[in-house]
Write a protein that binds this ligand. Structure first.
Ligand code: PMP
Length: 372
């Protein structure tokens, strides 16, 4: 068996030890004589798995006690509608920072549902190569929350700051606190995070958490009272929080695998500060290769270059196909950029080892020597 290096943007690489453990436990989970996939979600065995996963995540991210952790379905995209349904029940408008495709989709979905939306800042002027400066964020007088995308997975643009201040959070001109809502799909768990700065954090699992099918939501408990009256119960954060994310059958196997990833982060990696250091090294090496070459380039302003998703183009687009073909032959998979932008993209999520980045860099240098 050969496992290639997988640079896919999502569903993405999973840590080999996690897959091995899942394989060991696949048919017979810890002597119970059945697979996790075959267990009732209400059985003591599964409830223990679910609770352990939440406890490990809470420890990794140091999630304060006044936050609820929800394990949901529907992907990050469903949060584009669930967030306004849960936070705009008492009126006000949804404010957005627009820094790329995912933020735009989040705004469009809230608007589609008939909620008032307001653009509070944008990176469009720079061609989405630089995030808006904190001083340029303009909240509307009726802002009920501010939504932004911490890391735009397609553009490779990442915020280098959290809007607001650590002391006072984010406030409207009239002094009312404006909770920050963050789509962290492609950068959650890549390093430590001050959860207390946020009202709601959400992330699709299929990058740094586990397999597709699970969506993580971390919500400050006072915000559970702001939902719209006629919200479907499956979309209702409060109902889900009260039911331990089990209003209906949750994605049990994905939840279990996420729990294994959290254990891997804790025990094999040594926590998020250690993960952060590895991720910093991986990204620095790849960007240095790009910047030091005549063939490859990346347009993003240095402080906003994504550590998780590194898009780059070749100076001659005719070399794209040979680049991808040869990379695949070398065991370097899924380097093609998103269909909407073309070029290349190397996603360097937590489970992509440093050796994968070294192999990619060697391949890129060799390709440039031969074809550049
Ligand atoms: N937000 C971001 C930042 C993403 O990268 C993605 C998926 N690539 C999404 C939202 C949508 O996620 P899902 O497919 O889980 O709905």
């Amino acid at each position: 068996m050969t496992r290639h290096y997988n640079f896919c943007a999502g569903p993405a690489a999973l840590p080999a030890p996690v897959l091995e453990r899942a394989r060991e436990e696949l048919l017979d989970y810890q002597g119970r004589g059945l697979s996790v996939m075959e267990m009732s979600h209400r059985s003591p065995e599964f409830v223990a798995i679910a609770e352990q996963a939440e406890a490990d995540l809470r420890e990794l991210l140091a999630i304060p006690d006044n936050y609820r952790v929800l394990f949901l379905q529907g992907g990050a995209s469903l949060q584009f509608s669930m967030v306004p349904m849960n936070l705009l029940g008492q009126g006000g408008s949804a404010n957005f920072l627009y820094t790329g495709i995912w933020g735009k989709k989040a705004l469009a979905e809230a608007k589609h549902l008939g909620f008032p939306v307001q653009l509070s800042g944008s990176s469009e002027d720079s061609g989405h190569t630089r995030v808006p400066a904190q001083v340029d964020i303009a909240l509307s007088s009726d802002a009920a929350y501010l939504h932004y995308t911490a890391n735009e997975t397609i553009g490779g643009l990442e915020f280098d700051y959290i809007p607001g201040t650590a002391q006072g959070g984010l406030r409207r001109a009239d002094g009312v606190e404006v909770p920050l809502v963050c789509d962290l799909s492609s950068s959650i768990l890549s390093g430590p995070l001050d959860v207390s700065r946020f009202g709601v954090i959400y992330a699709g699992a299929q990058k740094n958490i586990g397999p597709a099918g699970l969506t993580l939501v971390i919500v400050r408990d006072d915000l559970l009272e702001r939902r719209c009256e006629r919200i479907p119960s499956l979309f209702d954060y409060r109902a889900m929080a009260e039911a331990g994310s089990m209003v209906n059958t949750p994605p049990t196997f994905a939840w279990y695998l996420a729990g294994l990833v959290f254990q891997w982060l804790k025990h094999d990696i040594g926590g998020l500060a250690a993960m952060d250091a590895v991720n910093a090294r991986k990204a620095a090496r790849l960007y240095a290769t790009i910047d030091g070459s005549e063939l490859y380039s990346n347009p993003i302003a240095l402080p906003n270059r994504s550590r998780m998703n590194v898009p780059f183009v070749l100076a001659d687009a005719r070399l794209d196909k040979p680049f991808l073909d040869e990379a695949e032959q070398a065991g370097l998979l899924n380097l093609k950029g998103h269909r909407s932008v073309g070029g290349m993209r190397a996603s360097l999520y937590n489970a992509v080892p440093e050796a994968a980045v070294d192999a990619l860099i060697d391949f890129m240098a060799d390709f440039e020597k031969r074809r550049g």
